[in-house]
Design a binder for this molecule. Structure first.
Ligand SMILES: Cc1ncc(COP(=O)(O)O)c(C=O)c1O
Length: 398
């Protein structure tokens, strides 16, 4: 009886992998991991428990894995404290908020209309939520208005960073106002951590943020997970740390195989991060300009389109976004309904500016010239077939 499920699961896996290997993936929240990261993910560490209390035997090596990964994270981001136990970016943000806030405290975030990450904690954890003001041309925060709001509300926490994130936030201005108002500035770098690591986006710590956190699998090309970093203030670190260790609040068993894989990804970023991040941004800018030149409406033309991995298309409704996503997918080009296009995964596969122009040409064929996606698909396959090996990683095990 079981064999039928086992066969079917393997069949689904094989079909999925065969398909996705020939897709151009432009989802800005995803990436591909290196062979060595995958080896860690599939390793014996994935079968084991590790706990802070001396309860489980068999711990001779597990502790070293966490220590090495934490050390790599601290070096890469120049942080005094790093925690790699959160199972996702969302959980790292929840750990920070739950660790720092008392019920009823004020918090300022970006609203989802302005590209912010939807914060649903207030449904269970009462808080006085405020939203940063934005300029009408979307995704550009109103610096002065933001500083004024911080001064007036005097929140406990401000959260910078966003899900739609082509341009840096005015972190220096907001963090300064926060410090003056006695607030903690948290920077949710879920989307841009790999770029921050490669010194190609704003440096939140340099600009005054006290806490940097987020997902470990978007521009940061590790396994799916979360990370919390604190620049200096160990009191804040301690408050967040309590949420992520025994006795468990948010995490008990924290998946050592993922932590081992993250350690390798952080080592890859220490070694190759600046070349990778520079190319990611260059590729996004090339893709954006090529799309714009081909008659596709791209957000932020007046500001050079993007300074991150994200290229945002103007869409007037969810229906339009859905239609674009589905037409692209019929040609094996994968995007979201946003429509946000990310350059990071194609960059990791070795694509550079000429290939970004080719990608723009393929998208034009579907969205502007209204060619049949089925016809465009074979051109997609010809392009992606030449880029099947992960770059910016150790070729041989060093
Ligand atoms: C800004 C931001 N924060 C947090 C998250 C949640 O990350 P995860 O999917 O790793 O839980 C996302 C998700 O995309 C995000 O865009």
């Amino acid at each position: 009886m079981g064999i039928k499920f086992s066969r079917k699961l393997r069949e689904v896996l094989t079909t999925h992998e065969k398909w996705r290997r020939r897709c151009l993936n432009l989802i800005p929240s995803e990436n591909v991991t290196s062979p060595l990261v995958r080896r860690m993910l599939a390793s014996d560490f994935g079968h084991r428990y590790y706990w802070d209390e001396p309860w489980y035997g068999g711990q001779k090596f597990t502790e070293q894995i966490e220590q090495l990964t934490v050390e790599a994270a601290k070096q890469l981001f120049d942080a005094k404290y790093a925690n790699v136990r959160a199972l996702s970016g969302h959980m790292s943000l929840m750990a920070a908020l739950m660790g720092l806030l008392e019920p009823g405290d004020s918090v300022i975030v970006s609203s989802t209309e302005n590209g912010g990450y939807p914060l649903n904690l207030q449904a269970r954890f009462p808080m006085d939520l405020h939203y940063f003001p934005y300029h009408q041309d979307r995704y550009s925060m109103d610096e002065e208005g933001a500083a004024e709001l911080v001064e007036r509300v005097k929140p406990r926490v401000v959260v910078l960073g966003a899900s739609l994130f082509p341009f840096p936030h005015p972190t220096r201005v907001v963090a300064k106002a926060a410090r003056k108002a006695g607030a903690v500035s948290v920077y949710d770098g879920s989307h841009v951590l790999g770029l921050i690591a490669g010194r190609q986006f704003q440096d939140p710590f340099e600009e005054g943020a006290e806490i940097l956190l987020g997902s470990t699998h978007k521009t940061l090309f590790g396994p799916q997970g979360g990370i919390v970093l604190v620049r200096e203030n160990m009191e804040l670190a301690e408050q967040i740390d309590l949420m992520l260790r025994a006795p468990p609040v948010l995490v008990d068993n924290f998946h050592m195989n993922r932590v081992a894989g993250l350690g390798v990804a952080l080592a890859e970023l220490l070694q190759f991060g600046s070349d990778y991040a520079r190319q990611v941004v260059l590729n996004a800018q090339t893709l954006a300009k090529s799309l714009h030149d081909r008659g596709i409406r791209v957000v932020g033309a007046e500001r050079g389109f993007t300074e991150s991995h994200q290229v945002l298309l103007h869409v007037d409704s969810v229906e339009e976004g859905l239609c674009i996503r589905d037409r692209l997918e019929a040609a094996d080009i994968i995007a979201d309904v946003g429509v946000r296009l990310g350059s990071q995964e194609l960059t990791r596969l070795g694509m550079k500016e000429p290939e970004m122009m080719e990608v723009a040409e393929l998208i034009q064929a579907i969205l502007v010239d209204q060619q049949s996606p089925r016809k465009v698909k074979s051109r997609v396959h010809t392009l992606i077939d030449k880029f099947q090996e992960i770059q910016y990683c150790f070729k041989e095990e060093p």
